[in-house]
Design a protein around this ligand. Structure first.
Ligand code: ADP
Length: 451
């Protein structure tokens, strides 16, 4: 086991050394004066004595200076007295520095070896996003060059617009995915990590081409399968409708035909929801930018809910703003319809549903609150996953597939909005859609445009 060298600096007894120096100087002066008195020239004796004293110190100083300058190749000079103490002190400080330097160099070598073998690319950025260091994977995937690029700002080297926006936004909670359109299409996920209080950033880059391809294949598969199922199902439903309307149908077949119609209707709803989700996932940016009268839309949806046979006794709508939203009307309608339909489904008849539309400094908001069965805390994070149902049996009985909230989440994302769910088991739930202020279209600007 290697033993850590001890660098305990023994501080010289400074007052003792000073006293020694004074005593030595006084003895020299006394001796020089004495020799001068013997030869009858005391002044000369003193001058020669001091000159010799000075020459001795200058020689020590010169030797120490030469060693300090070339200490890596020279041995420390063998000096006595105060000069010897000084030399030992410098030698100790130098050895200590060498030890720490070696330790840092070993650590750095180990770090380089580890990062070179890392499956991810890594780069270190300085306070002005200048490139300080990067490993081989980052070099290959981001096209960096060791000699040329160190010291340059990352935004001048990695020029994907999505990455530049991510860097400028300064919110590094999530990663950003960029696509390299080279000979072979490659998808890279770039994540910046900034430690609290540090001005430097660590850039982690991962090749996610495989994951993106698998995800695209999954989406295509669901979309294609749903499309392919739609046509035969329309035919089957058509025949079942005809059979149900046939007055000559045998009594024994009437109930099975009714059940088959119910089930085919369920399948049709499932296919429609899957197709809707696929459309939301696959159609990139929101193109359908209409001005949506949210208050009017909610009023219609409330009316639909009130017309249901089985519903909570009280359904109220609070419209606190007359503003509109810029977005896709069908998508927003689907968002609010899903939330209201869930609130109605999961609230008993004696319960209450409150729909609210308001605006504040943070943007515009729609909330749907109910006094229904509520949701346990452990289920909340998974509610917007596809096919996730807290109680699959109960949801199925109510005609749900667990796709509604996934549709809500995707549609809101396309509007730059997000969903917050607050709920307590047995107490009720509140689903709030938060829309950014830039989506709001004030009513005044609408009437001004009309004039
Ligand atoms: P579903 O079609 O099954 O209602 P959703 O995606 O709309 O699917 O909802 C997922 C699950 O979230 C539901 O199965 C239900 O368990 C729960 N949930 C949604 N809304 C409410 C609500 N208002 N109150 C209680 N549970 C709810």
């Amino acid at each position: 086991m290697s033993r850590k060298p001890s660098f305990r600096v023994q501080h010289a007894d400074r007052s003792g050394i000073a006293l020694q120096l004074v005593v030595k100087a006084m003895l020299l002066v006394a001796f020089s004066l004495f020799v001068g008195w013997v030869f009858g020239a005391m002044a000369w004796g003193l001058a020669i004595g001091l000159l010799i004293y000075l020459i001795l110190h200058l020689r020590n100083f010169w030797e120490l200076d030469r060693w300090v300058r070339f200490r890596s190749v020279l041995h420390p000079p063998d000096l006595s007295g105060h000069w010897g103490e000084l030399t030992a002190l410098i030698a100790r400080i130098y050895r200590r520095k060498q030890f720490h330097k070696q330790r840092v160099a070993n650590l750095l070598r180990e770090f380089r070896r580890l990062t070179a073998g890392m499956p991810d690319g890594a780069a270190l950025l300085g306070p002005h996003n200048e490139l300080l260091w990067f490993n081989q994977k980052a070099e290959r995937w981001l096209g960096l060059r060791r000699k040329r690029d160190v010291g340059l700002r990352i935004e001048n080297l990695v020029r994907y617009p999505a990455f530049i926006q991510y860097l400028q936004r300064g919110d590094f909670t999530h990663s950003v995915t960029v696509c390299q359109q080279e000979a072979q299409q490659r998808w890279l996920s770039i994540h910046l990590v900034q430690a609290e209080g540090s001005k430097q950033k660590l850039l982690i880059v991962r090749d996610v081409t495989h994951e993106i391809r698998v995800e695209a294949m999954r989406k295509d598969f669901v979309a294609n399968a749903s499309h392919e199922l739609r046509s035969p199902l329309t035919v089957i439903s058509g025949y079942l409708d005809a059979l149900a309307e046939d007055t000559q149908l045998e009594q024994t077949w009437q109930e099975p035909v009714r059940e088959m119609r119910r089930q085919s209707e369920r399948m049709r709803t499932l296919i429609e929801e899957l197709l809707q989700l696929s459309r939301l996932e696959n159609s990139g940016d929101l193109l359908d930018d209409q001005t949506v009268d949210v208050g009017g839309l909610l009023a219609l949806l409330k009316k639909d809910a009130l017309s249901l046979a089985k519903r909570p006794a009280e359904i109220t709508l609070q419209i606190e703003t007359d503003a509109c939203l810029r977005g896709a009307e069908t998508e927003l309608q689907s968002v609010f319809a899903n939330l209201i339909s869930n609130a109605v489904k999961y609230t008993p008849v004696e319960g209450k549903v409150v729909i609210r539309w308001w605006q504040d400094a943070d943007g515009a908001h729609v909330s749907v609150a109910d006094t229904g069965i509520g949701i346990a805390a452990e289920d909340l994070p998974r509610l917007t996953e596809r096919f996730y149902r807290v109680d699959a049996g109960r949801s199925r009985d109510m005609g749900g597939f667990g796709l509604g909230l996934a549709i809500v989440k995707h549609a809101l994302q396309r509007h730059g909005a997000y969903l917050v769910i607050e709920s307590q088991l047995g107490q009720g739930s509140k689903f709030i859609c938060h829309f950014p202020a830039e989506r709001i279209v004030p009513r005044v600007s609408l009437s001004a445009a009309a004039n």
